[in-house]
Design a binder for this molecule. Structure first.
Ligand code: SAM
Ligand code: SF4
Length: 488
């Protein structure tokens, strides 16, 4: 069946009259050119939300946070107002994460908690979107067990939110539309950014790496880069609006440009964005295989590119890395770390690590601990492997007990936490530049923000205002943050 899809025509599967996801279609890469669509608001939906309110609950990565900013922008364009109390909102959206089972369990819990407010407020609309609905089994459960859900959509059709809401109001029935295809790029979407001085900027969408444990290439479509001119224009606009920091987003930002014509790469983009006048540039996430010297040189040469890097390694063992389909070895990873340290002295390195990947032996796990020590990470997100249905690793035998898995995670975290502390100790007595986020939640006399090396700094302010970059002398180094006082 062919379904009209705004400016696009997409082959769809007719599945019980719902547009449901299909992991087999999501896996395909057809090498078709990516369509870029410029969003225009439809006058038909103007005032759809007049007198109504919305609340978005966001889970998962920065990509989801950026998507929620777009959804907030769409809601406000339709006339909806933000309602802080989720139970009182007329529309509640859950923007979900599917990366691990515990992330999903959390969402099921929240959905359960929303049943009571929905019973009290019959016309409340509850919607679920993001990565979870991209999985067939999730949509099946939602349709069978969660009658109170009115709206289900995925990661590819956020821009159709006005149409979905219009349909629900008109037909008083639920709307389910999840697309399993490679994806397109939608430009010029409205956005309500969560911060007035720090902004997420998507430079690409999707992922083509297909690490064997990971669901992302299925939930977010193929790797597709935004046009560089659109990215540069967005950052220039942010500079004009007074923004100080951008974080460039993508599942593998180092693959930027590979799908575009020409040989413009991520490193080129960093050099160009440095010229926009933005004071701080960060980026996430990097894939070690694709991190190239041009990017490292851009970090060295561009004052605005901050001296910290999140470089997920996942494992320190070559056999495990191969079975994860990571396409680099221990030595290749360490060679990149060496180049980073040589070119950006004092760089702060962080990572992601998965323990208890199916079949990981004690010896292989020890290789991960060895790598952690050799790199000297100053922080890490550490996870126990979680099987994701539809991914290759979910079929690998994994005889390890829960106790053994947790034991590995605990042993790893001891080392990682030492790294956090050492990463703070090295700034004791030194002055650092802090971009001020606001007042400390636990002590209203202190302000808080991030240093250039991406460390949390709480400090006694003198003249600092939110959004300023101020000099702070570090007086105390803790495991999770540093304390200090503003200096002139
Ligand atoms: N694209 C990034 C990368 O390549 O590292 C981030 C992907 S994911 C949003 C963030 C992290 O979740 C990954 O780096 C990985 O450590 C972890 N992760 C992904 N799938 C997982 C799984 N099935 N079980 C446990 N951790 C997982
Ligand atoms: Fe997942 Fe690997 Fe892609 Fe990261 S690079 S999103 S871990 S498949």
């Amino acid at each position: 069946m062919k379904v009209e899809f705004g400016l696009l025509d997409i082959e769809m599967k007719d599945y019980n009259n719902y547009n449901k996801p299909d992991l087999n279609s999501a896996r395909k890469r057809l090498n078709k050119e990516t369509a870029t669509i410029y969003y225009e608001s439809n006058p038909l939906y103007k005032d759809l939300g007049k007198g109504k309110t919305y609340h978005i609950l966001t889970y998962g990565c920065q990509g989801n946070e950026a998507d929620s900013e777009v959804m907030a922008g769409i809601f406000e364009e339709l006339g909806y107002k933000y309602q802080e109390n989720v139970e009182e909102a007329d529309v509640v959206l859950l923007n979900t994460c599917a990366i691990r089972e515990n992330a999903e369990n959390r969402i099921w819990g929240v959905l359960g908690n929303l049943k009571a407010p929905k019973r009290m407020k019959k016309d409340m609309i509850i919607g679920i979107c993001g990565c979870m609905p991209q999985e067939e089994k999730v949509v099946d459960t939602l349709l069978q067990k969660y009658r109170e859900i009115d709206l289900v959509f995925g990661t590819h059709n956020i821009y159709k939110l006005p149409e979905f809401l219009h349909e629900i109001y008109k037909h008083h029935d639920r709307v389910v539309e999840v697309l399993s295809y490679e994806g397109s790029i939608i430009e010029a979407l409205p956005k309500i950014r969560a911060s007035k001085h720090k902004a997420w900027v998507n430079i690409m969408y999707g992922c083509d790496e297909f690490c064997t444990y990971c669901i992302v290439p299925y939930t977010r479509g193929k790797e597709r880069s935004r046009n560089k001119d659109d990215i540069i224009a967005e950052v220039k606009c942010l500079v004009k609006e007074g923004y100080k920091e951008v974080t460039l987003l993508g599942q593998n930002v180092n693959a930027y440009g590979k799908d575009l014509e020409g040989d413009y790469t991520f490193g080129d983009l960093l050099y160009d964005l440095d010229k926009t006048g933005i004071q701080r540039i960060r980026y996430t996430t990097s894939h070690p295989r694709d991190l190239d010297m041009k990017t490292i040189y851009a970090m060295r040469d561009c004052k605005s590119v901050m001296p910290s890097l999140h470089l997920p390694v996942q494992s320190g063992d070559d056999v495990v890395l191969k079975r994860m389909n990571r396409k680099y070895t221990f030595d290749e990873y360490m060679a990149k770390i060496k180049a980073l340290k040589e070119n950006i002295p004092g760089i702060s390195l962080t990572t992601d690590i998965i323990v208890a990947f199916p079949g990981e032996t004690e010896e292989q796990f020890l290789n991960t601990l060895k790598l952690v020590q050799e790199v000297g990470y100053e922080g890490a997100f550490t996870f126990i492997y979680s099987p994701r249905e539809g991914t290759p690793a979910a079929k690998y035998p994994n005889p390890m007990t829960e106790e053994e898995k947790h034991d590995r995670l605990n042993r790893l975290n001891v080392l990682i936490n030492e790294g956090y502390k050492k990463g703070h100790d090295r700034f004791l007595g030194k002055e650092v530049l802090v971009l001020v986020d606001g007042y400390s939640k636990t002590n209203k006399e202190l302000m808080t923000g991030y240093s250039e090396h991406n460390k949390v700094v709480n400090f006694i302010p003198k003249n600092a205002k939110i959004g300023d970059i101020v000099k702070v002398k570090i007086t105390e180094a803790k495991t999770w943050f540093m304390n200090g006082e503003e200096v002139d």
